[in-house]
Design a protein around this ligand. Sequence first.
Ligand code: GTQ
Ligand code: FE2
Length: 318
Amino acid sequence: MKGLWVREEELRVEPKPFGAPRLWKWGKIRTALEAAARLVPTNYKGARRAIQLVHPALGTWTSHTLGFAVQLVKAGESVYSHRHTAAAMRFVLQGGEGVYTITNGEKCVMERGDLVIQPNWGWHNHINETEEDAVWIDCLDVGLMHLLRTMFQEPHPSEEVRLYNSPVDNTVRNPAALAPVGGKAKKLVYKWRETFPALTEMLPQDKSPFDGRCMEYLNPATGGPTFPTFSCWIQMLEREEETQTHRHTANHLYHAFQGSGTTEVDGQEIAWEEGDFFVVPNWTWHRHVNGGSQPAILFSTTDRPLLETLGVYREESR
Ligand code: GTQ
Ligand code: FE2
């Protein structure tokens, strides 16, 4: 037992960031992936060759709710199907027409800049039929699953590593808002060839007050975020652009997809270049600055939808 009055101070304070801002350089990740490509097989069930971005304050994932990893599937390689309660997405860094992931029997082609999603508890395996290694970013709500103690994972019972039952690309079968009669809109792939023009042609009045030229990957079936638990954003920082300093109760994981810049987080300057990753922890002041002469593109994920659903999303600027 404990007198509640003793806790008054600790209960009244503001949320604490889960840790400090942090940067992961692409050069180091690439070296680790190259070593993993030599040393780590994926010929057993459920195995993935992925380098996780582990925040030192946690020792587990990238933030307390989300996990970023970079995965490599070698030329000609396939990995086994499995499913888990964590929702997953892939943002493609190196892909091609012959690189795809299969979600519940649907083939999704993965080309550079494409976002492919795997709703929770869906079977998925990855196949690379090209002559080049494929590399992509994984983001899963693994931190949240562990906080809730709801993490289940199981391998597919099949012995067939190349398991898939549909040779037709999902973007062909489910274009735009067409669905079988009585069926629901379903979107598993967001193609870069659609994302990039949408981002560059965005109207000035549609810019976000805090993040400028920024778009969210919506789920057309709900009109809401990419997943109930987290969402994916794509943002362009124009030449000399500076976003407004702000903070929110949600955390953001970032990947510099194109260009370079700096993000001031908690008074610290994080200088990022193409390929780098960084995290802006919850309730931490930040703003992005593109001091360069080229536009920069940031891909990010955030647990904001989860907090909004619970009514605990808050933001403020200064
Ligand atoms: O590719 O299925 O980085 O299940 C972590 C968990 C990738 C995957 C990760 C996964 C996967
Ligand atoms: Fe998985």
